[in-house]
Design a protein around this ligand. Structure first.
Ligand code: GLU
Ligand code: ZN
Length: 318
């Protein structure tokens, strides 16, 4: 069935404080995979009469590509995916991350680490543990002090050391994903004490995302399934910092012909938004990927009309 767009009623007014976000890293323009995350999170926010925020995750400065943040915004606008508040740039939020780090330090749950990747690999190898390629090494705890103290003599980040969070024993995290159901991860076994600030002074994604989602009042995180594996770490940090836990909804990934996730690293081609017709084609591909059916074929509708139909077709997750 093709929806008669003109007959659709307007969506409900913003209610109940839903706040969602799209948080791309500006390592290149949007590709088919990142458009799926953008569209899915936008539709979910609109469906719930909520706000949709844009945060540019330009924290890992060496990996950021000049001009990409601007390009991403132009592509989103060309696709009719507009955001509701001023864009937040993580590169401008260092003070907030440092504050959170110092707060964790006062809770005596941080320690400084001087291990290089090679040292960690060697320690693991000496214990007979091989880490498969492209999987993160589980930190073996080499630098963890026997007793954790409030490192009041040293401000985390002042030195050329990495700062790790000391996990308690049996750190099992459970959460509900709105699409995937109950998830759990044992952080000790699968991750180990993880880094919050790197030895080059950069704050890590795990810390920044938690601080920003909290300070931006995000109530539901909708993002690609490639990030599912980070969620338990983020929930652990939220609990430590006394933040409310947002809801989580992880979306299906777009894979290339080799079954690998599309990413800027694998040189996924950027979406074509040169005119409305091309932008609609990209949106329709993303919508099919998200499982939306019976949407207008894009011949006789504007992007705004198509997005309204897609919002109506988007399921209610709860
Ligand atoms: N910046 C991350 C990325 O582009 C996404 C972060 C998130 O949605 O939590 O992969
Ligand atoms: Zn170490």
């Amino acid at each position: 069935m093709i929806l008669a767009v003109s007959k659709l009623k307007n969506l409900p007014p913003p209610a109940d404080g839903y706040r969602g976000r799209f948080a791309p890293s500006p390592t290149g323009p949007l590709h088919a995979g990142s458009l799926v995350a953008a569209l899915g999170s936008w539709l979910d926010a609109r469906k719930n009469g909520g706000k949709w925020l844009l945060r540019i995750e330009d924290l890992d400065t060496p990996r950021c590509v000049p001009g990409a943040a601007q390009e991403i915004q132009s592509q989103l606008l060309a696709c009719g995916l507009s955001w509701d508040e001023e864009v937040v740039y993580q590169s401008q939020r260092q003070a907030a991350y440092q504050q959170a780090l110092e707060r964790l330090n006062r809770l005596s749950c941080l320690y400084a680490c001087t291990c290089s990747r090679q040292m960690i690999a060697n320690t693991l190898a000496s214990r007979g543990i091989e880490t498969p390629r492209n999987q993160e090494m589980v930190y073996p705890g080499t630098c963890r002090p026997a007793t954790l103290i409030n490192n009041s003599t040293e401000t985390p980040g002042d030195s050329k050391k990495a700062w790790r969070i000391a996990l308690p024993e049996n750190c099992n995290i459970h959460f509900e994903d709105l699409a995937l159901g109950t998830q759990s991860q044992n952080l000790n076994i699968e991750v180990g004490d993880f880094v919050l600030r790197r030895n080059d002074g950069l704050f890590t994604y795990q810390l920044a995302v938690v601080v920003d989602d909290f300070e931006q009042g995000i109530t539901r995180v909708v993002r690609g399934k490639d990030l599912l594996n980070n969620t338990a770490r983020q929930i652990y940090l939220q609990d430590k910092l006394g933040y409310l836990r947002p809801e989580y909804l992880h979306l299906p990934l777009v894979l290339d012909e080799h079954g690998e996730k599309l990413s800027k690293q694998t040189l996924a081609t950027q979406i074509n938004t040169e005119d409305e017709r091309h932008a609609l084609l990209e949106l329709r591909k993303a919508a099919i990927h998200l499982g939306l059916q019976d949407l207008p074929d894009g011949q006789n509708v504007t992007i705004a009309e198509w997005l309204l139909a897609a919002t109506h077709a988007w399921p209610t997750f709860s």
